[in-house]
Design a protein around this ligand. Sequence first.
Ligand code: PBG
Length: 323
Amino acid sequence: MPYPVERMRRLRRTPGLRRMVRETRLTLDNLIEGHFVCPGEGVRREVAAMPGCAQMSIDVLVEECKRSFDLGIPAIILFGLPARKDATGSEGTSPGGIVPRAIAAVKEAVPDLVVWADVCLCEYTDHGHCGVLRGEEVDNDATLPLLARAAVAYARAGADGVAPSDMMDGRVAAIRTALDAAGCAQTPILAYAAKFASGFYGPFRDAAESTPQFGDRRGYQMDPPNAREALREMELDLAEGADILMVKPALAYLDIIRQARDRFDVPIAAYNVSGEYSMIRAAARNGWIDEDRIILEVLTSIRRAGADLILTYFARDAARLLL
Ligand code: PBG
C-alpha cells in the first residue's frame, strides 16, 4: 500500500504526535560527566581546547559536583592531574594521590552522586604512556599490578566504580582479582573495552596533560578500521569480569556500539570524547551551527546506536536542555 494510501508524514505533523512515536529518549539518567581534578586550592583553570571544561582543585570540584547533582546529573568520572609525574606514575597508584582524595571529598559532600574513577597511568607518567616502559615499549604485564593497585586505592577511597582505560591485555582480570582480595568485591568495573587509537582525544590530552612524549598509543589502543576485533576485546573483558563495556570514541564508532548492544547482555557505555565536544563548541563559537540542537542530536544518536550510558562533557548542557 504505497503512496497515496501510506503517508509517512501523518505522524510527523504536530509536536504532540512526534512526541508519541519517538523511539529513543535521552534523559539525564544515562549521563556521566567528566571532570579533571588538580592540586591546589581555589584552582579553576579553563582548558583552552575544551571551552566550558576546567581543571579544578578538590574544593572547587566538590562545589561543581554539588551543582551537577542538584541539576539532576547522576554520575561523574574523575581524571587526575598529579603534583609530580614519574616513570611509573606513582601518584596514580598511591592511596594519598589526587584522585583518592578527590573521591573521598566528593563522596562526603554528595554521597548520592555516583563517582567513577578512570584507571590509567598516562596522566601520571612523565613519558605520558598508559603503562610502564621497557625500552620504548609499554610493558603489558609489568603494568597490570600498578593498575590493580590504583583501582584498589580508588575503591577504598569510596569510588562507586572503576573504569580502566589503559588497553593493557588482562587488566580487567588483574583489577577484579585485586579488588576482591582487598574486600572490594562489590565495586563494579566499567571497562574501556573497545578503545580506538583516535585523533579525537587531542583536546583531552591538553586537559589531562597526558600527551605521550614520544611515539603514540597505536601499540595498545585499537586500530580504527577494526570492528570484529572490537567485539573480541569486549568478549574478553566480559570474560575477565567487566560489568559494563564501553566503546570509545562514540560518534565515529556508532556501528561498534550497535554491534555491542546486539551481542552482549550487559550495559553498554559510550564515550562522547573531547574532540567530539570541542568540534561542536568551536563551530558554535563561529556561529556555524545551532549548538543546543546539535548537542541533543549527537547525544540522542549515541543512545539510538544502543548505548545505555554516555560519558560526556555536555552533561550540564543536557541538564539545561532536558529539564
Ligand atoms: C587515557 C584516557 C584518554 C581519554 C580518557 N582516558 C586519553 C588517551 O587515551 O589518550 C580520552 C578522553 C577524551 O578524549 O575525552 N587514560
